[in-house]
Write a protein that binds this ligand. Structure first.
Ligand code: ATP
Ligand code: MG
Length: 555
């Protein structure tokens, strides 16, 4: 974050708290529910929470909000830890809301003892019916005025497994007339005879989100509990618990959740995409998950940069996905190794080049590192693959690539002149014949010829074949979640294009998933995790086209 950048509203709150001596140090937390993989929206929250900890010399906890035994799983816990680490953050402590089940139970008992909670035998429907509406006050449940002793006994029996799911709940005795529906005797505990991924079968009652979340913050002495706007209405209850239980006064602050164009951003919807086979997995490179973006070739730096650029908003908005693409291009432009790959190959034969000759050209990778990323050698020979689209039988105006009689430079090699070509019965070009100019060797060109076009290539006998996966947006609609009907109706059927036989230069034999490449003129690519020593597979992270930067310049 640059120095001159103005503070976001949460930083202002933090600085004021520090300046007025309210806090000596700050403690934030990132509290995912382990019921799915993290997405780019979570990255926003991670960057904000951990970013505050780092900026103000405080700390950040990772807390798994695992109070719903049915949907949670250790697979998700592991993926979340991996993703947070990969984004570049270290948590001070790894906690689980389930670690606090005993403490939360004790707090619930405290509320009962204070006459501030009661066991209700009403069904969910009955409770809803008595709750009223925002304009109409709620009515008392017939169980609201049970004695403290009876409540204590019933609650203990709930815990001991005496009742079935849904038979009883524990509710706060708050304010049935409050205009805030969350204050109308909210549920604190429900009965759920279910196995929990960490506590096993120890519990058959589980705390509700509101009761678990705020109290977990207090137990950890969290100073700034940052969540998204949908929790604004929960804040009153959050504070009510703190006041009534006289526990550590954590404060809740809300910011706008990140929404992005051409995608959906809720774990529930992402889970549907996986389960119903619209994508292959949570880490499918089309997914807006952290693991999907990682596999696609996004870097942690680019995601942090994106989160920084979008800022911390107080009102919901929709961020253009091309900003995310812009950020990754910015980063890849610095670090990517420039190499040659031919995605739609056609053969170019250099008729005046000796049959069995091979030359090795040394070319640097052209990264922005001090040593330009080092060098590699590229073999050149008589038969080359070039891109089909780099040849035009009848050239258009201002066509600077290959055409009958035209000259181009083969990148890092020679100038060639197209002499003739052959076609198959259906009219597809099968071979292009050219002559090369021996004096035009790159770096030592004495030919005196200048050409306007440079094209990439790969030597037929040396090139490695590779599968290349090109991705488009997963949805056709700008905001699929807000469209009529099922969001899945707006899926883009052409979001994945597989090129099964592309040719890449032999230096890519040692490609690894950590290295980022630019396939010259074709975009940024990375090795997919499914690649093997015998089968190279590359994902296109993003094209070179930079629509966003043009927009920015225009405005
Ligand atoms: P989802 O709706 O995608 O399932 P969630 O809010 O239920 O998300 P949690 O695991 O509860 O997911 O979220 C952990 C933290 O990440 C919370 O503090 C939540 O507010 C934050 N968060 C989730 N989605 C976004 C988003 N789109 N933008 C910013 N923060 C988010
Ligand atoms: Mg949630």
């Amino acid at each position: 974050m640059s120095e001159e950048k103005s503070l976001n509203f949460i930083e202002e709150i933090v600085e004021e708290g520090i300046n007025t001596g309210k806090y000596k140090t700050i403690l934030t937390r990132f509290p995912p529910e382990p019921n799915g993989y993290l997405h780019i929206g979570h990255a926003k929250s991670i960057c904000l929470n951990f970013g505050l900890g780092i900026k103000y010399g405080g700390k950040t906890n990772l807390r798994f909000d695992d109070t719903n035994p049915v949907t949670e799983d250790t697979e998700y816990v592991d993926s979340i830890k991996e993703d947070v680490r990969w984004l570049g953050f270290n948590w001070a402590n790894e906690f689980y809301a389930s670690d606090y089940f005993d403490a939360l139970y004790t707090l619930a008992v405290t509320l009962i003892k204070k006459g501030l909670a009661y066991v209700d035998d009403s069904s969910a429907e009955e409770i809803a019916a008595l709750k009223g509406t925002p304009t109409e006050p709620g009515k008392e449940s017939p169980y609201r005025n049970r004695s403290i002793d009876e409540n204590l006994q019933l609650f203990e029996e709930m815990k001991n497994g005496r009742y079935k799911d849904g038979e009883k709940v524990l509710r706060a005795k708050a304010d049935l007339t409050s205009p805030n529906m969350h204050m109308r005797d909210p549920l604190l505990y429900r009965i759920k005879h279910a196995h929990h991924h960490r506590t096993g079968d120890k519990w058959c009652i589980y705390p509700m989100y509101d009761f678990a979340h705020g109290q977990s913050d207090s137990i950890e002495n969290i100073t700034h509990s940052i969540c998204t706007l949908e929790f604004v209405a929960h804040r009153e209850l959050y504070n009510w618990f703190i006041e009534k239980l006289e526990i550590f006064p954590s404060h809740q602050y809300e910011f706008a959740r990140l929404n992005m164009t051409y995608t959906v951003m809720s774990k529930r919807k992402l889970l549907q995409l996986v389960n119903e086979g619209f994508v292959q997995s949570w880490d499918d490179p089309r997914m807006p998950t952290i693991s999907g973006l990682r596999r696609r070739g996004y870097t942690p730096e680019s995601i942090r940069d994106f989160c920084d650029r979008i800022g911390v908003a107080k009102r919901d908005n929709l961020i253009d996905v091309s900003l995310l693409e812009f950020c990754v291009r910015e980063d890849l432009n610095k670090i990517a190794k420039r190499v040659m790959a031919v995605l739609d190959p056609v053969k170019l034969i250099i008729t005046n080049y000796p049959d069995n000759q091979t030359e090795e050209f040394t070319a640097d990778y052209n990264t922005q590192a001090e040593d330009a990323g080092g060098t590699r050698s590229i073999p050149f020979s008589k038969e080359l693959w070039i891109e089909r689209e780099d040849f035009m039988e009848v050239p258009a105006k201002k066509w600077f690539r290959l055409a009958p009689g035209a000259m181009v430079r083969l990148k890092s090699a020679y100038i060639v002149k197209c002499e003739s070509f052959t076609k198959d019965e259906s009219g597809n070009i099968t071979e292009i014949h050219a002559t090369y100019i021996p004096e035009s060797k790159s770096g030592n060109d004495t030919s005196g010829i200048t050409v306007k076009g440079t094209i990439h290539w790969a030597s037929v006998q040396h090139a490695l074949s590779a599968e290349v996966r090109l991705y488009e947006r997963l949805f056709k609609a700008e905001d699929p979640g807000s469209e009529e009907g099922d969001f899945k109706e707006y899926i883009n059927p052409d979001s994945l294009q597989v090129i099964s036989k592309a040719y890449v230069e032999p230096s890519l034999k040692i490609a690894d998933t950590a290295t980022r490449y630019q396939f010259i003129r074709k975009g940024y690519f990375c090795l997919d995790k499914e690649a093997t020593a015998d089968k190279l597979i590359f994902n296109r992270t993003v094209t070179l086209k930079d629509a966003w930067a043009k927009e920015v310049k225009k405005s």
